[in-house]
Ligand binder design. Structure first.
Ligand SMILES: Cc1ncc(COP(=O)(O)O)c(C=O)c1O
Length: 477
């Protein structure tokens, strides 16, 4: 007989019925909040609540934890679930996440590898996305935390393609150069920094009407080659962070072929116009011709954080850049260590959570048509916002709205510096009052108000109310 077999009681509940009641209370509170989401804008965390986050680790009942979480955690979110949230580019989350999250918490899958359901589901989700993007059959991918990590993975695969010995020898003295349109998201710059390629080796190509100037790009490539550099990577934009513009992706794909460059597309949010209606769908035409695409489910597919994907057309190139199987990770013919290929061979992480389940649940529960309609609607709402801005004499758009991003100044009649101060002030005041969340960005040196609508809860009335609130504050109200 084993002595002291259960003296500590372990960490599972002693009384499952009690736990069931506590968990139900948490579920009810969560659904209440979601149902009444419009009444829960962002709010500052009070000092007493912040202090309460201090870890005591003394051991408390689940009932007490449900009470604490309901009081001190649920109300202090980042605001992005609210219908009048349009700041940065943040997704609004889905009720399906709640269902998927419960199951994911219970099975606690480690999706780095081995033979279990979550990995089959991840392959299915990746393959569905590949088809939507129009990438060839056999293309590969891996779910990651977001586009930032997806970008690092794609660039590493691109680099190993031109320097096959890189994993052993390092980059050495080779000067790799990369190319992107001015206005590329910082994720591209950060990835080049992290990989030791260096931000100075990213050439920012001027834009013509929001798209990379291909003639200027060719000139830059020729100059770099003449100077002894090795151009390896071209980064296209499908939905630029500041203005939601798209490069001519077919033009980039043709040029990448001619110049033997790896074409990567940053489609963090904008890739998803693939499932929207026209005219927005065509914005991302040609994306499937890329060697790699980075995109998120946590922005425009509204799936809960965090959830991104890198798609890589050439599975062999993808594997060559990351695969490694020390003896403790050897695959087996049968049993749990089967199930090859393993996702740890396609990215940075060995231990990985179950991101596929929340995507799969959303896709199956809402269907492509409803998700596509929400994306289409977000683009329409950006147009509604643009019209509301143009209808006010002192407000001015920074640029025409192309997709879901609307950038404007509240008082075009003021000097640039005064506009910047006013627009920043308006953004902060509206965030604090809970009326609406705009973020800001600088266009032609002026800080402007920016709405990136990746929110399935926003309606035209929310947009009108948001612009009316801006107008009120712009006039000193
Ligand atoms: C165009 C673009 N690229 C890359 C990123 C970075 O994506 P993530 O935040 O998922 O890492 C963003 C984020 O907003 C973005 O808008």
């Amino acid at each position: 007989m084993v002595e002291n077999d259960s003296d500590s009681g372990g960490l599972d509940p002693v009384d499952w019925e009690e736990f069931r009641a506590d968990a139900r209370r948490m579920l009810e509170a969560s659904i209440d909040q979601l149902q009444q989401v419009a009444e829960h804008p962002w709010q500052q965390v009070p000092e007493t609540v912040k202090a309460g986050y201090g870890v005591q680790a003394l051991g408390q009942s689940a009932a007490d934890m449900v009470t604490r979480i309901t009081q001190d955690v649920l109300p202090y979110h980042g605001g992005n679930i609210h219908p009048k949230f349009w700041g940065w580019v943040q997704g609004s989350g889905l009720a399906s996440d709640l269902i998927a999250g419960m199951a994911a918490a219970v099975i606690n899958a480690n999706t780095g590898g081995r033979d279990h359901g979550a990995n089959y589901m991840e392959r299915a989700v990746i393959d569905w996305t590949r088809q939507k993007m129009g990438m060839p059959e056999g293309s590969n991918g891996v779910l990651v935390s977001g586009t930032s990590q997806a970008t690092v993975i794609a660039f590493q695969a691109a680099r190993v393609r031109v320097l096959p010995e890189l994993r052993k020898t390092g980059q050495g003295a080779v000067r790799l150069t990369a190319y992107a349109g001015a206005g590329i998201h910082n994720a591209t710059i950060k990835a080049l920094e992290l990989l030791g390629i260096g931000a100075n080796n990213l050439r920012l190509v001027p834009l013509v009407e929001g798209q990379m100037d291909l003639a200027a790009l060719r000139r830059q490539l020729a100059a770099d080659r003449a100077a002894g550099a090795l151009p390896f990577l071209l980064v296209g934009m499908a939905g630029s962070v500041d203005l939601g513009t798209y490069d001519d992706l077919n033009g980039l794909a043709d040029l990448a072929k001619d110049e033997d460059l790896w074409l990567h597309v940053d489609g963090a949010f904008g890739a998803w116009t693939r499932i929207a209606e026209e005219p927005w769908r065509s914005l991302s035409d040609g994306i499937g011709r890329a060697h790699s695409i980075a995109l998120d489910f946590h922005k425009w597919m509204y799936v809960g954080y965090d959830c991104g994907l890198v798609l890589i057309a050439d599975e062999v190139a993808h594997r060559a850049a990351f695969a490694a199987r020390p003896s403790y990770l050897e695959a087996a013919e049968r049993g749990l260590a089967g199930g090859d290929p393993w996702f740890c061979d396609y990215g940075i992480d060995l231990s990985r959570g179950n991101r596929a389940l929340k995507i799969w649940t959303a896709l199956e529960m809402y269907g492509e048509a409803a998700l596509g309609a929400a994306i289409t609607d977000n683009c329409r709402l950006a147009g509604v916002m643009a019209q509301a801005v143009e209808a006010r004499p002192d407000m001015r758009l920074a640029a025409p709205v192309v997709s879901n991003v609307c950038v404007f100044t509240a008082r075009d009649d003021l000097a640039p510096e005064a506009q910047s101060v006013l627009n920043s002030e308006i953004a902060q005041s509206l965030q604090e009052s809970g009326e609406a969340v705009f973020s800001t960005t600088r266009v032609r040196g002026v800080v402007m108000l920016r709405a990136a609508i990746t929110n399935h809860r926003s309606r035209a009335s929310d947009i009108q109310a948001g612009i009316a609130a801006v107008a009120r504050l712009a006039q000193g109200g």
